[in-house]
Design a binder for this molecule. Structure first.
Ligand SMILES: [Zn+2]
Length: 64
């Protein structure tokens, strides 16, 4: 890394704000978002998945 602080691509927290930050090819994910993603992945396929509880309010896609 060229002196740039890593950030979770999902919640935007810096690497010093989370316990762990997993680096991917083009994105990073923190342990908190991994836990949330894990919950979503394990959700029943019969679940519509659009319930407000499925996503935290802070989870948003940054505008590009
Ligand atoms: Zn995160």
């Amino acid at each position: 890394m060229i002196g740039k602080k890593l950030r979770c691509s999902f919640c935007g927290k810096g690497e010093d704000q989370v316990r762990k930050l997993v680096a991917g090819a083009k994105a990073h994910i923190c342990d908190e978002c991994v836990a949330i993603a894990d919950r979503i992945m394990k959700a029943s396929p019969d679940d519509p998945g659009d319930s407000p509880a499925a996503k935290p309010p802070s989870w948003r896609v940054p505008p590009k």
